[in-house]
Ligand binder design. Structure first.
Ligand SMILES: [Zn+2]
Length: 481
């Protein structure tokens, strides 16, 4: 059907199938046909989405969407025939959301199913762990490519872990090896390893540039006085590496918490000069991090203008106190959240969202059940982002750009045949109801599916519908140069 120049394939697939069946029946072999071939013999497409407003080429259009039996897209102004029909009247049909900052690095073999379950239920079809990922992406894929996935998945090179294990020369060697083997990006977090010199990060930036991959950075400072130094360091890295693509993780929590306007201006000016610097935010006005982390090193109350009782253990709702803090501080894996409004929307996230270089990244993931000790962004980031975008008057086109097109451009060329609804692309689709979409995950109970996510299609199969998990057709995403 895709090949209109060939007479034999201009007839609908159903026609081909029917005539093939006839021939087989004549030959007396119809009895061996499997039911899956017989089902839908009259239907041209495996799935047809009708009546929705479809986000394509940067605009919302009334179109019908067909998914071929090979999992490819076909857009049409006229109705299509399909084996499964999805009525998307009053809904929006978007490319599946891409989470560039999913985080499930601590124990992925045990938790990846749960992690992906809460991503797909939030409308995410591709989860890329670009904040950390894996020390050896090839090894990661050797394991994970053999098991079922709800979403597409990929990793960056986790420099923090390499640094804990190897001397400088080995780190560079393994980063380069990972890039040669198809790692999607290089990732480092200077705030968590303050002994990282500028010269060392510059080497990573140069390698990223050499292999045409982005360098993802959690910047060096998050306090009011120095946060902009971190932004300037990222810009300097882009410049002195000869133009590496630099992505700043969660700018509103690290780099632009107190001086967002200035941070955005610095980035905009750098981009105007021809550099390529992007950033992401998650749509929550509070951050959460592990209590053992450097963020809570002595002086944290002064640095953040907070006290003990401002910290809540995620998943329990329990408050920390001056008495319990020292004990918790020694416990690995305890995630605490700061109060809502710590990063006021109007002074941080909303400003960043107005720029064309800021996208959505969750910086999270659900790793346990029934109540995870993970920031609710792990389950509700994307539905919350769309609801928030609507609340502050952003157009659908603008907010959908930040969850589809912009992340795909940053990861180019690895997602070039996804992230955009157009003929021949791979069918990763999220259908949502603009009236009801919203994240439900909370600090007290992060394990909640988002509302309003109607259907999620991954590689041409329905992975999630009506709050139920269905097929596991996620595929590995590696760099394709
Ligand atoms: Zn971070």
């Amino acid at each position: 059907m895709e090949n209109k120049t060939n007479d034999q394939t201009t007839q609908p697939k159903g026609e081909n199938r029917r005539s093939a069946l006839k021939k087989l029946a004549v030959a007396g072999t119809a009895a061996v046909l499997t039911p899956s071939i017989l089902v839908g013999q009259d239907n041209q497409y495996k799935i047809v989405i009708k009546g929705g407003r479809v986000f394509t080429q940067g605009a919302l259009k009334s179109l019908h969407v067909g998914v071929t039996y090979g999992g490819k897209l076909k857009l049409s102004e006229t109705p299509l025939e399909g084996r499964t029909i999805i009525d998307a009247s009053s809904k929006i049909v978007s490319p599946g959301f891409i989470d560039i900052l999913g985080d499930n690095a601590s124990n992925p073999r045990q938790t990846y199913r749960l992690f992906e379950k809460y991503k797909v239920s939030d409308g995410v079809t591709t989860v890329l762990q670009m904040h950390g990922g894996a020390m050896f992406p090839k090894k990661f894929h050797q394991h994970f490519d053999r098991v079922p996935h709800y979403t597409n998945y990929g990793v960056s090179i986790f420099v923090m872990r390499l640094r804990l294990r190897y001397p400088l020369s080995k780190r560079y060697y393994y980063v380069e090896q990972g890039l040669e083997q198809g790692a999607l990006a290089v990732a480092h977090s200077m705030e968590y390893q303050p002994d990282t010199s500028y010269a060392e990060v510059l080497e990573y930036a140069k390698l990223a540039k050499k292999y045409d991959r982005p360098l993802f950075l959690h910047l060096r400072y998050s306090d009011e006085k120095r946060e902009l130094e971190g932004v300037k360091e990222a810009i300097r890295l882009a410049r002195e590496s000869g133009g590496a693509r630099i992505h700043i993780d969660h700018l509103h929590s690290t780099g632009g918490t107190f001086n967002m306007e200035k941070a955005l201006e610095l980035i905009q000016n750098a981009n105007n000069m021809g550099l390529e610097i992007t950033c992401c935010v998650y749509p929550y006005s509070y951050w959460a991090t592990y209590i053992v982390s450097k963020r809570f090193a002595p002086g944290w109350r002064k640095r953040f203008g907070m006290t003990y009782t401002d910290l809540t253990v995620v998943g329990t709702g329990k408050k920390i106190t001056a008495q319990t803090f020292p004990t918790y501080r020694r416990r690995h894996g305890v995630l605490v959240a700061v109060p809502e409004g710590t990063m006021p929307f109007e002074k941080t996230i909303d400003l960043a969202l107005q720029t064309d270089f800021c996208m959505i990244g969750s910086d999270g993931g659900i790793q346990s059940a029934p109540r995870a000790n993970n920031h609710p962004r792990g389950a509700g980031c994307f539905a919350t982002a769309i609801r928030h975008g609507m609340d502050i008057g952003m157009s659908f086109e603008k907010i959908l750009d930040k969850v589809t097109t912009l992340p795909a451009r940053l990861m180019r060329p690895s997602l070039n045949n996804r992230a955009m609804l157009k003929d021949g692309n791979i069918a990763d689709i999220t259908i949502f109801d603009p009236k009801t979409i919203r994240g439900k995950a909370s600090v007290a109970n992060p394990n909640q599916f988002s509302d309003g996510i109607d259907t999620v299609i991954v590689n041409g199969d329905i992975a999630y519908q009506n709050k139920k998990l269905l097929k596991s057709k996620g595929k590995p995403i590696i760099y394709k140069g």
